[in-house]
Write a protein that binds this ligand. Structure first.
Ligand SMILES: Cc1ncc(COP(=O)(O)O)c(C=O)c1O
Length: 455
């Protein structure tokens, strides 16, 4: 073992504060100059002590709120993939949730023009009038939703819209029914606002879609919100008009319950029949519709999302946003208004490419023994059930759950995917097919090979 000698005068030894976690022997005068006392500690010990100290300081410095929060699993896997790549490995990343297409040129040009026209200042907190007007019209034209411009709040991404709603509406103990599997951030956004997550689970055998009866059974006096996405991240499932009608019928009599309908994948819907639950008269006054530019317009980095909400909720969300971030980027909003009014040709082309890849991915995944695969109707994810592999091992690693499975795939096949546990379903993993067909074929080939070693 390698030893480092430290001569530490007693007054400098402030380690006493960390006595509980640090124990070491004091050697007196053995190898040290006369009259000195010192610690003899290994290099490993020093590193461990520093990390324990850092952890101790961090934990006393940080709030319980943040310590109780889970790190975004998708961002974590993406970072692990980057780290492995930096070490020289050929890693294929299928963990990130963004289109691999660039923002259409005409939208970029609109932003450049807006910058040159001087759209560089603060905007009204709920958004520029031109964009709120365009969103109100889009809701009516494409979704049959009635939200006046004053009911629209523009935010720095749909994620902020959902966070605004949670902060504006939830009191501690309020329950939020979340259709599960759910988008990774829903549960932490709700918990951060003091809400209690009530997951309503739907497995692959029901195409990952909850039934009206399941929703009915989850309702209590404390239910404040129902939250779901359709098309869904992570499953790609799309609720039909009939299915949403059934859910609306269950919620209609419960006047204390509001709905958050997250429709950010609206334009990546292979059924061409997107339905907004807010269009049903029985729940229209209690539905908050969230949408944004990230997915349908390949604008993830622009950070532009929005909601249409009942007037009091819209006002409360703007109040919250006004104290934490203010209005979204000015020139981005001008370009966003332009995007909503312009031709959806590039969006349609992107959707067609995703659909083509989806068929390739399904075909390849179905060839892997033990994989259960559904046929997603939207978004750009697939969520195979791999529970058949639980308890199996390659001789070194045993797969006990979806976390083990995703780490096994990352470390042995160099393909990053995301464990279903991050989405509330521990039997599955999420694979994003926002990658080239060549990469998808290579990645799934590697996954196939890696699982063939599990017995
Ligand atoms: C279902 C769902 N809702 C909301 C968001 C957030 O989108 P934005 O980039 O607009 O914040 C995402 C992003 O991955 C998502 O998948």
């Amino acid at each position: 073992m390698q030893f480092l000698g430290f001569i530490i005068r007693p007054k400098i030894v402030s380690f006493a504060r960390f006595k509980k976690v640090i124990t070491c022997g004091i050697l007196e005068n053995t190898f040290l100059p006369q009259g000195k006392r010192g610690f003899f500690v290994s290099r490993k010990f020093i590193y461990q002590s520093i990390s324990v100290m850092a952890e101790t300081i961090k934990n006393t410095m940080l709030s319980d709120r943040i310590l109780n929060m889970t790190e975004s699993a998708t961002l974590k896997m993406t970072q692990l993939a980057r780290d492995l790549r930096a070490q020289g490995n050929d890693v294929i990343s299928l963990s990130i949730g963004e289109p691999d297409f660039d923002t259409p040129q005409h939208i970029k040009d609109a932003a450049i023009k807006a910058l040159n026209d001087g759209w560089t200042k603060y905007t009204p907190v709920p958004g520029l009038p031109v964009l709120r007007e365009a969103i109100s019209q889009k809701f009516e034209r494409e979704n049959g939703l009635e939200y006046a411009p004053s009911q629209i709040v523009v935010s720095n991404g749909a994620k902020q819209s959902i966070s605004n709603i949670a902060q504006a509406m939830l009191n501690p103990g309020d329950e939020v029914i979340i259709f599960t599997p759910y988008w990774v951030s829903y549960s932490d956004i709700v918990k951060l606002a003091g809400g209690v997550v009530i997951p309503v689970q739907a497995g692959i055998e029901q195409d990952f879609k909850v039934t009206p009866d399941q929703v009915q059974n989850a309702i209590t006096d404390k239910t404040k919100l129902v939250l779901f996405s359709s098309p869904c991240n992570p499953t790609g499932s799309v609720y039909t008009k009939e299915e949403l009608n059934g859910i609306a019928a269950v919620l209609a009599p419960h006047e204390h319950i509001y709905i958050i309908s997250d429709e950010i994948y609206e334009h990546i819907n292979f059924t061409d029949a997107h339905c907004s639950i807010g269009a049903f008269p029985s729940v229209k006054d209690r539905t908050i519709t969230v949408n944004g530019f990230s997915k349908g317009f390949a604008m993830t980095g622009w950070r532009l999302g929005y909601m249409g909400a009942p007037p009091a909720i819209a006002k409360a969300c703007a109040k919250h946003q006004g104290q934490v971030t203010s209005g979204a980027t000015a020139f981005g909003q001008v370009a966003g208004a332009y995007a909503l009014k312009s031709d959806l040709g590039p969006t349609e082309a992107m959707k067609a490419a995703f659909e083509k890849r989806k068929h390739v991915v399904i075909e390849l995944l179905q060839q892997i023994p033990g994989f259960k695969v559904n046929n997603p109707k939207g978004a750009f994810y697939i969520f195979p059930d791999i529970s058949n592999y639980f308890g199996k091992s390659d001789g070194t690693t045993t797969i006990n759950n979806a976390d083990d499975f995703s780490m096994y795939i990352l470390n042995t096949a160099f393909v990053s995917i995301v464990s279903g546990s991050a989405f509330g379903d521990d039997n599955c993993f999420r694979l994003s097919y926002a990658a080239s067909e060549e990469q998808l074929r290579e990645a799934i080939g590697r996954i196939h090979e890696a699982v063939s070693r599990l017995h």
